[in-house]
Design a protein. Structure first.
Lengths: 319, 319
């Protein structure tokens, strides 16, 4: 776990604090999913193995610490401190994320996730759909346990974020195989589908470190904006890995996006900037969706490189 | 709508009140699902057409009225009165129910629901999965809007109920094609999968009419128990319709349960009480799962009648 966070040595105490917090988040996550039914327990144990970077919980914790400093709430001897609610909200964000992974694997017909078999592969689509619903319900239940008006605001934000996230996925499905998808719509999809939950994690972390005030609200909005930008960059990077990565390195099925008619930033940029002939060739490559053609991925990447579209997407992620 | 509630004439004012309340629940339901994205709006409009009996919202309203009388909270000139929160909670229960219908249709590979095409039929399984998630999120968001500690308790109950409901479905999937499923496990599945949400609707309606007290808590538990029994009876009836109904009358695909290896009460009773030879014939009939054999349903019903299993299930529903 410690290798996941790459920090200068003077930040080692912070690193230790965050790692310790994430261990407590994991424990809360597992306790919340516990069921009296053995088949349900077994499925949850399988899903717990999906846990990877813990990006969203880490952001709840880090933004909680940062807002406490920035908002002048830090006092006394405690160099680092977050509340019990931060741990619950961190687990909530990871649980919602996990639910979307389980359901995404059904949509993407994916077999591999974090180097293991997906739930749909092992137990069928039906079980994967209901298990995702179980995770969503468990997340909302855990969130509702956060007391007071701050808890209610967290539940409203998590509910609203769930709606936004799904609306983004539905917009993406609506544009499946739409080869004239523009960048604006792509960013609209990505902001909702990926940015919204990461933004919510940052906002929740910050809000729960601050006393209720106009200044706190403004500060939380800035953390939220940071999360949105991070989320979009993260998704572009993920889309690039789907194109250029290999399953053994990425740890999940790759090449699924264009197989499923999902246009991502490098392809959108390429189709908009290629000349007529090149564009025609790429469209033919995309519309074939041929999984059997082993050379198709390499040919697609060659095409994307010819218009500088991979470089363009990398730069967009960095920006 | 008015024909849905069959009441003696002296209860006509009550009927008018309930019908009026359900119209307001529908308006709240539709407002909550509204999206700024046209494809999402269109999908929600399709789902709104699924609305049928509105059993769960009706129970929130009726239990709200009954608990007010029973708890001695009714006073003044208002013969009937429920709060604004009752309307929200009624819409919440219907939204969770609708989410399970949309996902069930994916699991059951059903084409028809309320005499119209299912979402999965029209837009594919992917869209149906995400639309169900959107409905779940919208339900939790609406529930989190109910203010105060009572609202928080409602959110906890709804989150917990979502988990129970999914655990019931997962248990059912686990026992798919298990021809030695016993009645106890069947009731365990049905109580969770169908009973829990109907029980929650009754409890929420009652709780939100009562001041916080030990007597109120006991009364709410009795309403909840009533809901559980009603829910179980309802599910047995639904299972019978799947066996003995026709699509034109029931308004949704029939014969799906045994096609999908789901054992229901009449079949469980039959397998437990038939003699060896008869049991063997029925198992052969069930394990074939032949959709093409037009005579299979009639043969199955004949077998069930020979052991009095349809009558047995009808009696169980009535009890």
């Amino acid at each position: 776990m410690s290798a996941l966070i790459d920090l200068p040595t003077n930040l080692l105490p912070l690193q230790r604090f965050v790692v310790d917090a994430l261990v407590r988040v994991e424990a809360r996550f597992d306790a919340q999913l516990r069921s009296d039914l053995l088949p349900v327990r077994r499925l949850c144990q399988h899903v717990e193995r999906y846990r990877g970077k813990m990006l969203r919980p880490m952001l709840v914790v880090l933004c909680g610490l940062a807002a406490r400093d920035a908002g002048g709430e830090a006092e006394g001897d405690d160099e680092f401190a977050i509340s019990d609610d931060h741990l619950s909200l961190a687990a909530v964000c990871e649980m919602i994320h996990m639910a979307t992974l389980v359901h995404d694997d059904v949509l993407d017909e994916a077999d591999t996730r974090r180097r293991g078999d997906t739930v749909n592969r092992l137990h069928g689509n039906e079980t994967a759909v209901i298990l995702g619903d179980y995770l969503l319900s468990a997340a909302y239940h855990l969130c509702s346990g956060v007391p007071g008006e701050a808890g209610r605001q967290a539940s409203l934000l998590i509910g609203r974020t769930g709606m936004t996230l799904c609306a983004g996925e539905l917009l993406q499905l609506h544009h499946r195989d739409n080869f004239s998808l523009d960048e604006q719509t792509y960013f609209e999809i990505v902001e909702r589908k990926t940015g919204s939950l990461i933004a919510a994690a940052c906002r929740l972390g910050a809000l729960h470190s601050l006393a209720d005030s106009a200044a706190a609200s403004e500060l939380a909005a800035r953390f939220e904006k940071y999360g949105m930008k991070l989320g979009v960059a993260f998704q572009i990077q993920d889309d690039l890995l789907d194109l250029t990565g290999t399953q053994s390195v990425v740890g999940k099925s790759v090449g699924k996006d264009y197989e499923l008619g999902k246009l991502t930033l490098p392809i959108i940029h390429h189709l908009a900037s290629a000349d007529e002939a090149r564009r025609g060739q790429t469209l033919a490559l995309l519309s074939e969706h041929t999984r059997d053609d082993d050379h198709a991925p390499a040919r697609l990447i060659g095409a994307l490189e010819s218009t500088g579209s991979i470089v363009y997407a990398r730069a967009a992620a960095r920006a």
